[in-house]
Ligand binder design. Structure first.
Ligand code: DX5
Ligand code: ZN
Length: 216
């Protein structure tokens, strides 16, 4: 699956930018609060408007403090998947249950330096694992290949039936990096600049999809 990140899109034309990637699987929406990460992007009102402007499932990636308080609003606004950061969540198990009860899939994200092992039991309550392959906060950064060990470990846990979730990767995914990520076992690839900096975002996402399918 490919999830174009609108962080690299034109924020004044979000409906058009979503339409430009109509064949995407999910539309990745980066919510940043200038506290958990040193950048500020968009929040709940924009997600509510986007929900009406596109049929694509919204994959909301909350890079915010206190997700225990704020994440539920995104589920209620109709996000398909709501991902919170384990480094910010106080009670990630309760949070996952609340998100699911509100009708969304629950996602848990790990920063590049955060290990997987301590959270395997927590992840039993989640539908998505978002492995960050850059430090969260900005688009257009370089891919950190060292996180692929974490992807391989997650893939093994899924393939052996210990976890049941989508393995998603976010940061620095482009035509030079997507194949190694696919071989490590990623199911869903977030791509911001590789899609929206291209002359034809729809064609760029299809090229990435083919590359990943071939590598896997
Ligand atoms: C970064 C965001 C990413 C970002 C990826 O903190 O979470 O989703 O949009 O951008 P690229 O694909 O350009 O690295
Ligand atoms: Zn993201």
């Amino acid at each position: 699956m490919i999830a174009p990140s609108i962080l690299s899109a034109d924020f004044a034309r979000l409906a058009d930018e979503a339409a430009a990637v109509a064949s995407a699987d999910w539309l990745h929406v980066d919510v940043m609060d200038a506290h958990f990460v040193p950048n500020l992007t968009i929040g709940l009102p924009v997600v509510k408007s986007l929900r009406k402007a596109t049929d694509l499932p919204l994959d909301c990636h909350l890079m915010i403090d206190d997700p225990d308080r704020w994440a539920i609003g995104y589920a209620e606004a109709g996000a398909y998947n709501v991902t919170v950061h384990v480094e910010a969540a106080r009670d990630p198990v309760a949070l996952a249950k609340d998100l699911r009860a509100a009708g969304a899939k629950a996602g848990l994200s790990l920063k590049p330096g955060t290990p997987l092992e301590p959270y395997v039991d927590v992840l039993k309550h989640y539908d998505t694992l978002l492995v960050m392959s850059v430090e969260p906060g900005f688009g257009g950064q370089s891919f950190m290949a060292e996180v692929l060990d974490k992807v391989r470990a997650a893939r093994r846990l899924v393939d052996t039936g210990h976890l049941r979730l989508v393995v998603e990767i976010d940061g620095g995914i482009n035509e030079d990096t997507i194949e190694q990520a696919a071989r490590a076992g990623v199911d869903c690839f977030v791509a911001g600049s590789a899609v929206y900096d291209a002359a034809d975002p729809g064609a760029a996402l299809e090229r990435l999809r083919e590359q990943a399918a071939r590598a896997r």
